[in-house]
Design a protein around this ligand. Structure first.
Ligand code: KIV
Length: 297
């Protein structure tokens, strides 16, 4: 399979094929996703929560996005890699936005960058795309604005709310975005936006009417700390991991791991070599100490 590009993804939309996207932040997981044919991977700043344990995405830095982004992009032979622009890496000025988008392409190996906001960030989208960098926009619930929004809340409610999200989506398309994430918006509104736009819509908590879907990978594998309504668990990996960690802990503590099978026994030292080493280097090994009640004898 060939690498997905902005063109192959647009062709999928034109053919009415749904586009799969998952978040990912590390090489090993990205390799597995890439092998399975996931169309696009998002190195989301949600890593602030899933990988770093913060309550929101605001603390994530450019340097961190570069490290995580690079790990993912190294693994992706076919998946198209979108890397998030973290909070305050594009808000200050158009110049700052272009510089940081360029860093994500050069240093993280991104195929596109993502930034949050609608009409308010269109000058950034225009300037970044003018440099030949594909931009994925993100409207509706924009987690970097969680303080301004009063939390992680569904957007696009009522006529005014719906108009706002629709206008933002049209504005980012007009500014040159090739894809837009619609997060936590009512499903009929997301479907209407998808019909009105030529660019790809990727939904998360936005119903089934979008061109594609994205989920946070820990959530869809049952490893999430909190589980939003829109998450579907495709496996109980969290439970499997817990049980494996418990088994390991038990076996290390009771001495049943490792066995001969997990040891390099064929290359082991001969008895004369061991005796020579024991007598010539360091403290000689004493006979096992018998421990009795009241202390060692
Ligand atoms: O950071 C992220 O993972 C995202 C998705 C939830 C769309 O922006």
């Amino acid at each position: 399979m060939k690498k997905n590009t902005v063109l192959t993804l647009a062709e999928k939309k034109a053919r009415g094929e749904h586009i799969s996207q998952l978040t990912c932040y590390d090489y090993s997981t990205a390799r597995l996703m890439d092998e399975t044919g996931i169309d696009t991977i998002l190195v989301g700043d949600s890593l602030g929560m899933t990988m770093q344990g913060y309550a929101d995405t605001l603390s994530v830095t450019m340097e961190e996005m570069i490290v995580y982004g690079r790990s993912v992009s190294r693994a992706c032979k076919t998946a198209f890699v979108v890397v998030d622009m973290p909070f305050m890496s594009y808000q200050v000025s158009v110049e700052q936005a272009v510089t940081n988008a360029g860093r994500l392409m050069k240093e993280a190996g991104a195929n596109a960058v993502k930034l949050e906001g609608g009409a308010a960030v269109c000058d950034r989208i225009r300037a970044i795309t003018a440099c030949g960098i594909p931009v994925c926009a993100h409207v509706g619930m924009t987690p970097q604005s969680c303080n301004a929004m009063g939390g992680f809340k569904v957007q696009g409610k009522g006529e005014d709310g719906a108009r706002q999200v629709l206008e933002d989506a049209l504005a980012v398309q007009e500014a040159g975005a090739f894809m837009v994430v619609l997060e936590c918006v009512p499903p009929k509104l997301a479907a209407l936006i998808t019909r009105k736009l030529d660019i790809i819509t990727i939904g998360i908590g936005a119903g089934s009417g979008c061109d594609g879907q994205v989920l946070v990978w820990q959530d869809m594998l049952g490893m999430g700390e909190r589980e939003p309504k829109f998450v579907k668990r495709f496996a109980e990996v969290g439970a499997m991991m817990r049980s494996a960690f418990r088994a390991y802990d038990r076996q290390v503590k009771d001495g049943s791991f490792p066995t001969q099978e997990q040891s390099y026994s064929k290359s082991d030292c001969s008895e004369p070599v061991l005796t020579h080493l024991d007598q010539t280097i360091g403290r000689p090994v004493r006979k096992p100490v018998r421990v009795m009640q009241g202390g060692a004898l």
